[in-house]
Write a protein that binds this ligand. Structure first.
Ligand SMILES: C[S@@+](CC[C@H](N)C(=O)[O-])C[C@H]1O[C@@H](n2cnc3c(N)ncnc32)[C@H](O)[C@@H]1O
Length: 246
């Protein structure tokens, strides 16, 4: 997709919705902004076909998929359409309220998730892994490890470090949504920035902070969670496939 490299999600944002607007599933809910600053209306209309195709190519037919931080179901719905059995998890009730009936939704923080089942595929996309701090990274990956089946895979999407370091301001488009992402304020490996979403005449601004996660940091975090990296799925190094060590 053509976010500025996936400018979609950021971590630890300070929310500053400028305008919110109803887009279906209940005006109040669609006007909402998730605790991380993601506008529901944007994630309702943004297409997810490219990411879903990348994921679909990596997983078995009719896989059970756990989509962590699923938002309004941008990817979950596409995967369900491709024949997968999808459960979506999000801390935002407003996001989960947008899920179709064929995708089970769970409202909780990923770190607290403890479902009594395991999945062929666990998705940790939208750069959630770029949270600041090892402890928080570990909590996210531990949730992945708790829910992946013995022969299953965890697919993680992060900001490619080189891309991130060189980013100043970049504008891209995904469907009807124009996204401008700017990153500044580097302090060692942590950064802060801003994403501006434009949809028609509506605008939302999301401030965020995050941490660059290079291969070494990712491998350390994966190992600590009982996982190991076994493939990189794209040239940029954004998508990584991991498997349980057990
Ligand atoms: C940028 S949106 C992306 C949604 C979806 N993955 C997509 O690509 O369309 C990020 C989502 O992750 C959710 N999220 C972020 N951190 C979370 C956490 N720790 N636990 C649960 N949900 C979280 C937010 O509420 C938001 O809906």
């Amino acid at each position: 997709m053509t976010w500025p490299e996936d400018a979609e999600s950021a971590v630890e944002p300070v929310v500053e919705p400028v305008v919110g607007v109803p887009a279906g599933g209940g005006a109040d809910l669609a006007e909402a902004v998730a605790p991380d600053g993601s506008p529901v209306a944007v994630y309702l209309v943004a297409p997810g076909r490219d990411d879903a195709a990348l994921i679909d190519a990596e997983i078995p037919f009719s896989a059970s998929v756990l989509d962590l931080g699923c938002g309004a179901g941008r990817i979950a719905h596409q995967l369900a359409d491709l024949g997968h059995d999808v459960v979506g998890v999000d801390e935002s009730e407003a996001m989960i309220a947008q899920l179709r009936d064929d995708v089970e939704g769970v409202v909780t923080r990923i770190e607290d998730l403890d479902l009594p089942r395991r999945f062929d595929v666990v998705l940790l996309m939208s750069h959630l892994i770029n949270v600041i701090g090892r402890k928080r990274r570990h909590a996210l990956l531990a949730a992945c490890a708790r829910h992946v089946a013995a022969g299953g895979v965890v697919l993680v999407q992060r900001y490619p470090v080189g891309w991130l370091r060189n980013l100043d301001v970049q504008t891209g488009r995904i469907g009807d949504v124009e996204i401008t992402m700017s990153v500044a304020g580097w302090q060692a490996d942590t950064f802060s920035g801003e994403v501006v979403y434009r949809l028609g005449d509506r605008t939302w601004t999301q401030h965020f902070e995050g941490e660059a996660v290079d291969d070494e940091a990712l491998d350390e975090a994966l190992t600590q969670a009982g996982l190991h990296r076994d493939a990189q799925l794209d040239a940029a190094g954004s998508w990584v496939r991991a498997r349980p060590l057990r």
